[in-house]
Design a protein around this ligand. Structure first.
Ligand SMILES: C[S@@+](CC[C@H](N)C(=O)[O-])C[C@H]1O[C@@H](n2cnc3c(N)ncnc32)[C@H](O)[C@@H]1O
Length: 665
């Protein structure tokens, strides 16, 4: 069954040529195996075999976002694999998984096939470094039910460095691989670790050796934005850097690369597109498995991974397999060039307090800003947690002074995604909603007043309709009196479409007779000429919304405001009316491959323009979500905090407040 052709020593000398550390690259397999075990344990998909490939490692429980990430990876590759095997039907065929690691697709298919034996005409080959193959062989031999599936069947493990093409061809031929048989080549997060020149040669060799082949490659793209930089740094730190991504940073450049290597009908889709191509019941099932509230990082992760497919002899495949179809849901947002005027500067602060996301903040008249809650760094231990401290900050040129206020009494405790609104007449801050864990929302309304170095909390006893606990809603102050609370989400993925009105004089809560046409959360709402404008948001289907709605001054009508072209569908942005009819939307997340840092919206002529910020070259790029921002007296915008839990790459907290110089606008 196993054919380990090459020694480990030989591989080590080769590592110098390929530029990556081979043990570390092999370690990526162990890591992903543990994450996949955790994912299947929760029920995202069935894999009864993988746990036997973890050796003595006890597989830890991973975070929901990691489960979602591994589930979408499984869904992408499995979709092509099943389509290939189903459509080939009774024709002889072969699957060759390059850099297969401990993948268990063969065993899953072999045992799950039942009456429809997808593998009956298939020979399944898995190739990896000899030492990985030897470990896999050992695990297979140790578990009788896996050994049974492998023995005497159409399964071969081949130990070979896939950059050594002569060896690879000889090993494959030695195992009866036939260049004329219909072939599916899979490389699931493998080629990215190999020097580009070796990948190019491998792609060229495969395109010429296999007369009738489909190639399916799943890997990372988009290294140049904030999330991409976090991703790059993570793999670099693990000594398994992503070696192709800077040269081939987009799906388009990757497709061109495959075409140049001899592949036809090359197509790609990112994981956002793949997600929305999956049946609704599967998506609903996944949403029901665990409390989940990491939407931004989910969409960002999905836009940074794509799957590419290409064919040799496309005319042969035309009646058998469709090329990947990419839907139009992630077109570009329509970004103009970086404008010199739109400079972003990091403000200097010694404090770690502002490294947080999911908080909210209010600005007082004297440009002081009060921040509460979120997730981030609480004290000198630098450990990350949900935060319950109130921080008063004050800009002093490019320096930013901050101090933690001493709370005179008990407040709401650690909270995320609440809203804070300043009542300018009393200088009281009204805190509404928010959550502790995604299983516990806050139903109590608080007032916070600060004086010097202290702050005091008061529970607001209101009358009228009941406020149902929620987070990621918006609260907008209108005519210095009315707090308009819109949308939000709650436990079990519930998304609100209601609009509530809280009178800050007699503290009466009223549910308005109008409601949003579809529920949403993480939208932007701003006061505009005594009406409320509601932009974007995320709906219950996890689709970013592009509409702009306007709640009339008398709060009796909700109208759609049309833009040409349509506004970008995004959520989790902040925003401000910066002059009479101009609104600035800052940051946010969309499922477009290219999204702008700022959207300038003109309410007068209903147009908009995307703009990218110009950052000083030496700083790490911020993640433009989970932040709060304020329009300051000088006309510039200050953005506080932001960042998120970036998949398995760790939590990223923006360095320090960001000053966006838009005063010239
Ligand atoms: C991230 S793991 C992925 C494993 C598997 N494809 C999966 O998705 O579970 C990357 C795998 O590629 C293998 N690999 C990387 N470079 C290779 C090379 N030059 N020759 C053979 N295998 C290689 C590693 O040993 C590792 O098992």
């Amino acid at each position: 069954m196993a054919k380990c052709e090459h020694s480990v020593n030989k591989m080590s000398s080769h590592s110098l040529k390929t530029g990556s550390s081979i043990p570390q690259v092999q370690g990526t397999n162990d890591n992903s195996t543990l994450s996949k075990v955790s994912t299947s344990r929760v029920g995202y998909y069935k894999d009864p075999y993988l746990k036997y490939f973890t050796g003595c490692h006890k597989s830890p429980n991973r975070a929901p976002l990691i489960h979602w990430g591994y589930w979408i990876r499984y869904s992408a590759v499995n979709k092509t694999l099943i389509e290939f095997l189903t459509n080939l039907g009774n024709k002889d065929n072969q699957v060759i998984s390059l850099g297969a690691g401990f993948d268990t697709a063969f065993f899953r298919l072999k045992s799950e096939c039942g009456n429809v034996d997808l593998l009956k005409k298939c020979h399944y080959y898995e190739v990896d470094y000899p030492s990985v193959v030897a470990r896999k062989q050992h695990f297979i031999d140790s578990v009788p039910k896996i050994k049974e599936l492998a023995i005497g069947s159409n399964y071969d493990l081949i130990g070979c460095d896939i950059t050594k093409l002569k060896d690879l061809e000889a090993s494959l031929k030695g195992a009866n691989v036939d260049g004329d048989t219909s072939t599916l080549l899979i490389a699931e997060v493998v080629l990215t670790y190999i020097q580009p020149k070796y990948v190019d040669k491998l792609l060229e060799w495969a395109a010429s050796f296999f007369g009738k082949a489909v190639i399916c490659v799943y890997e990372q793209i988009k290294p140049f934005d904030g999330f991409g930089q976090v991703m790059l740094k993570h793999f670099h730190t693990l000594s398994s850097p992503l070696l192709n991504i800077e040269m081939y940073s987009t799906s388009q450049s990757q497709c061109k690369r495959y075409e140049n290597a001899g592949w036809s009908e090359v197509n790609s889709c990112d994981m956002n597109q793949l997600y929305f191509s999956l049946p609704e019941e599967i998506r609903k099932h996944v949403m029901s498995l665990e409390p989940f509230d990491e939407y931004e990082e989910w969409h960002l992760k999905c836009s940074h991974y794509h799957m590419i497919t290409g064919f040799t002899s496309p005319q042969y495949w035309s009646s058998i397999m469709d090329p990947l179809s990419s839907s139009s849901n992630n077109d570009d947002e329509g970004i103009s060039d970086v404008l010199e005027e739109w400079r972003a500067l990091y403000l200097h602060t010694e404090s770690q307090h502002l490294k947080r996301y999911g908080h909210d903040s209010v600005r007082f008249e004297d440009d002081k800003v009060l921040v509460y809650g979120g997730f981030g760094i609480k004290d000198h231990s630098l450990a990350h947690c949900r935060l319950d401290n109130a921080i008063m900050i004050k800009s002093n040129g490019e320096d930013w002074e901050s101090k933690e206020l001493i709370a005179g009494n008990d407040g709401p405790g650690p909270l995320m995604y609440h809203s804070m609104t300043l009542l300018p007449k009393s200088n009281e801050v009204i805190l509404i909603g928010g959550r502790k864990s995604p299983k516990h929302s806050n139903e109590v309304l608080y007032s916070l007043s600060s004086c010097g170095t202290e702050c005091n909390w008061r529970i607001i006893q209101y009358k009228g309709d009941c406020f149902k606990g929620r987070w990621r809603h918006s609260t907008t102050l209108v005519n210095d009196r009315w707090l308009v609370i819109i949308g939000g989400c709650a436990v079990n993925g519930h998304v609100f479409s209601d609009i509530l009105l809280l009178d800050s004089i007699d503290w009466t809560m009223k549910k308005l007779p109008v409601s949003l046409p579809e529920g949403r959360h993480s939208h932007l709402a701003v006061n505009y000429k005594s009406s409320v404008l509601i932009f974007g948001g995320l709906n219950a289907d996890l689709s970013p919304v592009s509409t702009c709605l306007q709640l009339s001054e008398d709060k009796s009508h909700l109208m759609a405001v049309e833009f040409i072209p349509q506004l970008p569908a995004k959520y989790s942005m902040s925003g401000h009316i910066i002059s009479n009819d101009v609104l600035l939307m800052f940051g946010g997340v969309s499922i477009s491959q290219h999204q702008s840092d700022i959207v300038i919206v003109n309410m007068q002529n209903r147009t908009w323009q995307g703009v990218n910020l110009k950052y000083p070259p030496t700083i790490s790029l911020p993640l433009l979500h989970g932040h709060s921002s304020h329009l300051m007296d000088d006309g510039n915008v200050v953005c506080i905090g932001g960042g998120g839990n970036c998949f398995s790459f760790g939590t990223h907290l923006n360095e320090s407040p960001l000053l966006i110089q838009c005063s010239k606008f």
